[in-house]
Design a protein around this ligand. Sequence first.
Ligand SMILES: Nc1nc2c(ncn2[C@@H]2O[C@H](COP(=O)(O)OP(=O)(O)OP(=O)(O)O)[C@@H](O)[C@H]2O)c(=O)[nH]1
Length: 517
Amino acid sequence: MHTPDPPPHEQARQALLARTALLDTPAEQAFDRVVQLASALFGVPVALISLVDSERQWFKAKVGVDVCETPRAISFCSHVVSQGDMLVVSNALQDERFADNPLVNGKLGIRFYAGAPLRLDAQHVIGTLCLLDHRPRRFGPRQQARLQQLADTLCELIRQRMLLQLAEQQSKLLLTVNQAQSSFLLDRDLGAASSTILHSLLAMSQTTLAFIASCQVDDRDSCYLDIPSIAHLDAAALQWLMPQLSHDSRGYRLYGFDHVYGQAIAEGEPLVINQPALYDDSGALAGVQSLLVIPCFFHLSVMGVLVLANRAGGFDQEIVDHLTTLSDGIGTLLHVCGLEVARQAAEAELARQATLDPLTGLLNRRAFLEHCQQNQQRFTRYQQRFSLLMLDLDHFKVLNDRLGHPAGDYVLKEISRQLRRTLREIDSLARWGGEEFCIMLPQEQEQDAMQLAQRLCHTLASLPLQWQGETLHITASIGVATLNASGESTDNLIARADAAMYQAKAAGRNRTWLAAP
Ligand SMILES: Nc1nc2c(ncn2[C@@H]2O[C@H](COP(=O)(O)OP(=O)(O)OP(=O)(O)O)[C@@H](O)[C@H]2O)c(=O)[nH]1
């Protein structure tokens, strides 16, 4: 018995067969009619639609036999698949390839076989439409041509069926993209929205890894791809991708545009890579079997890419066309997401601005008071005390009157900068109003707070401030108050620090004063 070698591109052929979604499906009238017609037309007892799978032939429709599959190794049809042409065996007993085949000398007793290839595309034969008889027959060229016609019609039926399935999947996917857009508008979670799309895509495209990436530019003007979620069925594929990405709490990022995704974005065209080793010898694609990168547009701008990897048999034009129709929906989603991110950033910036003093950039009185309240609560909870320094520049009016308002502004800004530089990160500094500043020192003992106030006094007094060639001598008076052990109110603490500051003024200025308890 002769078992033929598999045809070239056997893997792609099997992938195409899998995509027909015919294997192991129930009988269908349209296919049954074809075998009934073939049996009647050619006057044979057995007619089959045989699909040649990796290890078996499986019959989608049959007349005259009960079995629904036989091993591929003994099947006549595998010869048709391997040679790509029709096979006619007039008398199997006289054919050395089949004489000792169990289908011939066994119960089935095949003598005559004619099988026409089911050729779905130029390269691949997925099976046969075949005729069998228990006695030898002649099967001339005209009959062979008719059988092939019938097989070609059957192929057309299969193609139509695949197109219909594709259209159904496409409308399902479009619906998924629409749902993802709506859910994003509701909960503003791009990771969840893209994950919904990706999981549907994996199932539909028979791939093992998928992600959506949006083009972003960070605050240092570096371009990167933001990848809010990755869907995968294959840990090995993920291992290939991971070393390329950086990861933080917001998701994954891929910096620069010097890679296949950047290429698809720059060219604005889908990029299909079915032989990664030939495409890129740098090793960046080692571990991936096939890759499809589709740019996603909003109007004429590329907002990001849809990436799918590892499709059995690789990516063909049909799947590219199919997925490209989805990419606009994804592009719109990425655009809406970009608007949302910009809106949130603007909102955060506005909120930040509202807490700052415009001249010095320090916290304003309102924000500082909120901060004090929080520390007050911490005291209630953890008994952690804190101190306040009320700092007022001395004779500032004189300086303003003599050198003008711009000189006063300059001094306020320079003093603010110096204070910020002298204080620690955990200390809070605010412009309380006019030439007055307020400082909060967390977990501070009275003596520590006094020491710091004295250091500030000294630092400001020795500041070499210059205004239009004149050296300015600025001093400050500082009142120091520490939250008392019973946890007084913030207002009371501020009032005590303020009163201490006036004591310092009254005592001659350029000094510190510890508030009475
Ligand atoms: N240039 C400038 N001056 C300000 C600003 N806010 C308040 N001032 C001035 O600060 C001065 C405060 O004067 P006073 O309250 O009399 O206090 P002082 O002159 O520092 O005197 P003592 O506090 O008693 O040492 C006034 O001249 C205000 O006009 C500001 O934003 N810029």
